[in-house]
Design a protein around this ligand. Structure first.
Ligand SMILES: Nc1nc2c(ncn2[C@@H]2O[C@H](COP(=O)(O)OP(=O)(O)O)[C@@H](O)[C@H]2O)c(=O)[nH]1
Ligand SMILES: [Mg+2]
Length: 372
């Protein structure tokens, strides 16, 4: 009797983890970026996503206001400033459906003006958090340096200037950013703060979608990937498993491939991201490193690669000793093996991904230091 009870609990637990995986996959975060043309909205979208998803230097966005740029469940809406004739400020909130957003990032490349302030005050009437961004900090700092002004002094001056321009407005914070150098200044802090204002599952989804712009974000990504491995392993255990020809063991390869690509994407290890990294630094070291990530993607990104890895785990002592009982004990044990294989493989992919992402991040920081 007691055995039966335990079985039911375990299966409920697996069900719950599988449900969490589904919720994570379905989660969507809607983020609006508001600002005048030329303030750096499209560049900021790319810096947040770590990929060239928005076209820079367009007079007017080719996307309609209800169409989002998407990056792994993060929907970013490129919204024009309120001073344009097409979008009068009095009806702006309704036209842009601001109340449906999870957050608003308000961008300026100098300071905020009366029109901006009007809009911020309007948004303050609905419960959507506002984050204020002063873009193009690399330009401001290098111009000030030519006049003999230190970086720290420029940062303080601009921060105070922005704060004065939005007096009486409610907002979560002021962030000085450069989309050319995403690991510098406040981009990482902006993304961490946005995530802290989101509910649990959206927070996870947001942090897995954004670029690695700080060590803190990298650490958060590791935690999310660890959770994902546990959920995928539970799913592997709950699923009916299929035998693999040539391997006397059952496991779901499709599920392993999905887990691999999810983890790699969390750490920004995608071909699109590598291309952006090469474009923004162009250093020889970065080329070497992106080559290494390319090899990683080949190793873990194909069915053939996964089967090679599986053979290694099947040869490992733990699975071998369980495996020999498999024909006699049936489902419960094959579930255990599915769990073990998925969890072991997940951990290996996670560790390799994190090391590579860390190296990319360090390298990006070094290249920024050399350039600035
Ligand atoms: N140096 C530098 N240039 C930037 C930055 N952000 C945007 N730009 C440049 O400013 C111009 C307008 O940027 P864009 O993203 O198209 O602005 P949007 O019109 O608001 O979407 C482009 O030439 C960008 O390359 C930045 O952080 N640093
Ligand atoms: Mg644009």
């Amino acid at each position: 009797m007691s055995t039966e009870k335990i079985t039911i609990n375990v299966s409920e637990h697996l069900q719950q983890l599988a449900q969490e995986l589904a919720d994570y996959k379905n989660a969507r975060i809607k983020c609006g970026i508001i600002g005048r043309s030329g303030t750096g909205k499209s560049s900021l979208i790319n810096a947040i996503a770590g990929q060239e998803i928005a076209q820079v230097d367009e007079i007017e966005s080719t996307k309609s206001i209800s169409e989002a740029y998407e990056q792994n469940g993060l929907l970013i809406y490129d919204l024009p400033g309120a001073s344009t004739e097409r979008f009068p400020k009095e009806t702006y909130l309704r036209t842009m459906k601001v109340d449906e957003l999870d957050c608003v990032i308000f961008v300026t490349s100098d300071r905020f003006y009366e029109d901006d302030k009007f809009l911020i005050t309007e948004i303050n009437k609905i419960p959507v958090p506002i984050f204020l961004v002063r873009s193009k900090m690399d330009i401001s700092i290098s111009q000030a340096k030519k006049r003999g002004v230190e970086e720290s002094e420029t940062l303080t001056k601009i921060y105070n200037n922005i704060r004065e321009s939005v007096i009486d407005c409610k907002y979560k914070g002021i962030y000085l950013t450069s989309s050319e150098y995403p690991t510098e200044y406040d981009l990482g802090r902006l993304l961490s703060d946005i995530s802290k204002n989101l509910s649990d599952i959206k927070k996870e989804k947001f942090l897995s979608a954004v670029s690695v712009s700080s060590q803190e974000i990298l650490n958060e990504k590791e935690k999310i990937a660890e959770w994902l491995v546990i959920r995928y392993s539970a799913l592997a255990a709950a699923n009916g498993l299929n035998p693999i020809p040539g391997l006397d063991i059952s496991v779901d390869i499709g599920l392993l491939l999905k887990m691999t690509s999810d983890i790699a994407a969390i750490f920004g290890l995608t071909r699109e991201n590598l291309k952006r990294l090469e474009d923004i630094t162009g250093s020889a070291k970065m080329k070497l490193l992106t080559g290494k990530v390319g090899q990683f993607l080949v190793k873990f990104g194909s069915k053939e690669g996964i089967i090679i890895l599986l053979k290694k785990y099947v040869a490992a002592e733990t699975t071998k000793s369980i495996g020999k009982w498999l024909p006699f004990v049936g489902q419960a044990l094959s579930a255990t093996i599915g769990y073990l294989l998925t969890s072991n493989m997940g951990k290996e992919i996670l560790n390799e991904s994190k090391l590579l992402a860390e190296e990319l991040f360090e390298n990006l920081k070094n290249d920024a230091n050399d350039a600035l």
